[in-house]
Design a protein around this ligand. Structure first.
Ligand code: DGL
Length: 273
């Protein structure tokens, strides 16, 4: 059983998961965190579930070496493409992104919810399944936005290029008159102001990051694993490759000063599916 003072592992395909880490740091400042971003292999969105599962197992192995007490999957693409067997042998609990369909339906008067995400998340159709389970009359519309992550990874959050892509992807959701929109990719909060502007005030924009952080906190309470420390915890950020752009982007995503970035290649780690 891991100790209360062990760190919490948080991981994503790249820098996107830092939007979730930011929420975790806000609500649990006394915890130690180790963040891993697979920047050498980002994006995961166009990959097959088999590849995503293999990479996830390699990252979980790295986090096991760091003796984490919990792993938070700060990536929708991973959350909705792995299967229970991928995490079954982890010596710590693993929690994924909250799909936020319930939260979206609770504010949707029309019972029409849009979901924007990567291709792999859309292909999993997990949000549609969740919608049917919560309310059989609800309609959940999925829209893959394959151009978003590469553009956002170049540090572009506004302006003509991203605006053209946002307009193109949002049009089908506007046509079906959604009134709630889930940002089901941890990169997308960076373009939330633009998305909100283009969708107009009648559409509620839902970012699942805070709910996911609260789920993680609840799980630690349940397992009696919260760190009782009063002083601020330690933060480590590890990427599979680092460039000056990664560092700049990480600062924007995390919205606070960064520790010295570490580099770790996990691609040769043994995995077994
Ligand atoms: N940030 C990831 C997510 O939440 C996707 C980025 C990628 O395509 O790797 O889905």
């Amino acid at each position: 059983m891991p100790a209360k003072t062990n760190p919490i592992g948080v991981f994503d395909s790249g820098v996107g998961g830092l939007t979730v880490l930011k929420e975790l740091l806000d609500i649990m400042p006394g915890e130690d965190f180790v963040y891993f971003g697979d920047t050498a292999r980002v994006p995961y969105g166009p990959r097959t579930p088999e590849e995503i599962r293999k990479f996830t197992r390699q990252i979980l192995r790295f986090l096991a070496e760091q003796k984490v007490k919990l792993a938070v999957i700060a990536c929708n693409t991973i959350t909705f493409n792995i299967i229970a067997a991928d995490v079954a042998d982890c010596p710590f609990p693993v929690i994924g992104m909250n799909d936020s369909v319930k939260a979206a339906l609770s504010v949707s008067k029309a019972k029409r919810v849009g979901v924007i995400a990567t291709q792999a998340t859309v292909s999993s159709a997990k949000h549609v399944e969740s919608g049917k389970n919560i309310d059989p009359e609800a309609k959940v519309y999925l829209q893959a936005c394959p151009e978003f992550v590469p553009i956002i990874e170049r540090g572009i959050f506004d302006g003509p290029e991203i605006e053209a892509a946002v307009k193109e992807y949002l049009r089908p959701l506007q046509d079906v008159k959604i009134d709630a929109l889930i940002l089901a990719c941890t990169h997308y909060p960076l373009v939330a102001p633009l998305v909100g502007r283009l969708m107009g005030p009648t559409v509620n924009i839902i970012n699942p990051a805070r709910e996911t952080a609260l789920d993680a906190q609840r799980l630690l309470v349940e397992k009696d694993l919260l760190n009782p420390a009063k002083e601020a915890g330690k933060l480590r950020i590890v990427f599979s490759s680092v460039s000056p752009e990664t560092e700049n982007l990480a600062k924007v995503f995390l919205q606070r000063a960064l520790p010295q970035l570490e580099v770790k290649d996990v691609s040769s780690y043994f995995y077994c599916i």
